[in-house]
Design a protein around this ligand. Sequence first.
Ligand code: NI
Ligand code: MN
Length: 222
Amino acid sequence: MARLVYYGHATFGLYQDGTGLVIDPWFTGNPRAPVRARDIRCQYVLVTHNHADHATDAAAIARASDALVISTFELATALGEQGVRAHPMHLGGQRRFDFGRVRVTPAYHGSGIAGGHAAGFVVDFFGKVVYHAGDTALFSDLKLLGELERIQVALLPIGDNFTMGPDDAVLAARWLGAAHVVPMHYNTFDVIEVDVEAFKRKAEAEAGCRVTVLEPGGELEL
Ligand code: NI
Ligand code: MN
């Protein structure tokens, strides 16, 4: 049984048997992080973009676990120069790893690194298909992604201001055809405070998905 663990903001872990994969590791300085970066052990670290609230602990965690970092070319290269093992990919690319498969998706956002792109990931983790949208605006190619992938759980930003807000995230959920949505990137700071229960009600009514609101440290069996 695979587990999805929420570490607050946009940080998630996927675990099954001995394999761990962490996406957008931000523990150090995250006011809602339930554990510290040094508590994390994993084999893979995926990073959507180089903003501090997504990438701060990527190198330290990868180094401590000798984990493989998977990111876009510019960011993977920069992390590789910090002495971690890194596998560069880019938008539209897919690759198989021993847990399954990664598809790098576009995200409409800044990359936080010169020449780079913001991204999201579809992760097929031992047959469970999870989409981490990264930080993104709503964009209509989410419909295409919904056609390309049978997404079981979509991790969608809902905090507004820096990313899509709750109403746009309801449309995103509908276009993706995701069976299950877990909201992220909200209530970490004042500027991204939203009513998550209102989002849940609206998304379940209008997008036909189940919504699970996870508290930091909370988890979901996939
Ligand atoms: Ni960002
Ligand atoms: Mn962010």
